[in-house]
Design a protein around this ligand. Structure first.
Ligand SMILES: O=P(O)(O)OC[C@@]1(O)O[C@H](CO)[C@@H](O)[C@@H]1O
Ligand SMILES: [Mg+2]
Length: 363
């Protein structure tokens, strides 16, 4: 029995030759296909979450996706994140196989990406949501909830519907079902799913999947960060005048907020940063930082579901994630500075003017 064994209800079986079964194997670029119980989903009128039914024999599905990421995360204090080797199985497996009759998480996102969407707005005209955001969040939560009834959830669309975002010591899943919804609506192919996990208010692991480029980023506290099996390492840059900096605009577009946003960007450009980029997904921007493709990230107006998974990945890649004041990160504070080095993070923090977005746990 290896750590790859998932609970019987999932029905996941991996072939004996599975290289991921070996302790310390890579993140599974060569992961074999796995089979598990088939999960069919339906969504009836007025029903917020999909209903799940099981049949044996189909390619791995969201049930396994949630089940595998959750393996070992049972129980307060003793909660243990999954072996890092399992994470790729999780997302890889949710891509439908040739004979798959059931849509899977990534299949749902990819299909919807190319279709017309029903788009609604949330806190502002630039803060978008689609039915796919709701559907994906519902799938992830119902699977995890069924397996871990005592665990708590903080998730973007549930929060938008009024659920409180309070991080307690209980094991808590922090979910952004689609990060980059505006990109998703425009078919701009920079869209991710982000799932973080915290116990005792400490982030334990994070998984971010770049849905169109099939890049799986994972980080587990004390065990490193990886992208498709390659270890991630931040850049060692300490000089702003040699830095590529990433940010996101934030949802507000009122003149005062925009003025501060543009002035912060201007300050970094005056400091001769090579560039300041906005790609439309804070989780993927933070993954670029973790991989050394950028040197710093800052933002006002992001949320705990943008930060949870990415924070573990950046820290495990050797980077710094801190508050814009230069103090420790506060996951609920709606602001962040991250960089490959503490020197760079401090320089960025010192250059910024604060934009007050309030706190996630006070909304
Ligand atoms: O709504 P979504 O797609 O999950 O978030 C999109 C996004 O650009 O908006 C947030 C706030 O500006 C960013 O941090 C985040 O990446
Ligand atoms: Mg989202």
């Amino acid at each position: 029995p290896s750590r790859l064994t998932t609970p019987a209800s999932c029905g996941l079986r991996l072939r004996k030759s599975n290289p991921l079964a070996a302790e310390g194997s890579s993140l599974g670029l060569t992961a074999p296909r796995a089979t598990c119980a088939r999960t069919a989903w339906t969504r009836q009128e007025g029903q917020r979450r999909p209903q799940l039914a099981h049949t044996r024999g189909s390619p791995l599905h969201i049930r396994c996706l949630a089940g595998v990421v959750a393996t070992g995360a049972r129980g307060h204090r003793r909660a243990r994140p999954p072996p890092r080797d399992l994470a790729p199985v999780l997302f890889r497996a949710s891509v439908p196989g040739p004979q798959s009759p059931a849509p899977t998480l990534l299949a749902i996102i990819r299909k919807a990406l190319s279709e017309e969407k029903r788009v609604s707005t949330k806190t502002s005209a630039a803060d978008l949501v689609t039915e796919t955001d709701h559907l994906v969040e519902g799938l992830i939560i119902s699977e995890l909830q069924e397996r871990f009834p005592s665990h708590r959830f903080i998730a973007e669309e549930s929060a938008a519907a009024g659920a409180k975002c309070v991080l307690t010591p209980s094991p808590t899943w922090i979910v952004d079902p689609i990060d980059g919804t505006c990109n998703f609506v425009h078919r701009f192919p920079t869209v991710a799913v982000s799932i973080g996990f915290a116990v005792d208010q400490e982030l334990e692991f994070g998984v971010i999947y770049h849905c169109t480029e099939e890049r799986l980023y994972t980080g587990r506290r004390g065990r490193g960060a990886f992208c498709n099996g390659q270890r991630l390492q931040v850049s060692g840059e300490t000089d702003i005048s040699k830095a590529l900096v990433l940010t996101e605009i934030g949802p507000r577009r009122d003149p005062a907020t925009l003025k501060l946003f543009l002035s912060n960007m201007e300050r970094l450009l005056h400091a001769k940063a090579h560039g300041v980029r906005v790609i439309g997904s804070s989780t993927l921007a933070l993954c670029h930082l973790a991989s050394g493709a950028a040197d710093a990230y800052y933002q006002f107006g992001l949320h705990c579901w943008d930060l949870a998974a990415a924070t573990v990945i950046i820290r495990e890649a050797g980077g710094i994630v801190m508050d814009t004041s230069g103090g420790p990160l506060d996951l609920m504070s709606c602001r962040v500075v991250a960089a490959g080095t503490r020197e760079m993070a401090m320089l960025i923090a010192q250059a910024l003017q604060t934009i007050n977005y309030g706190r996630d746990d006070e909304k």
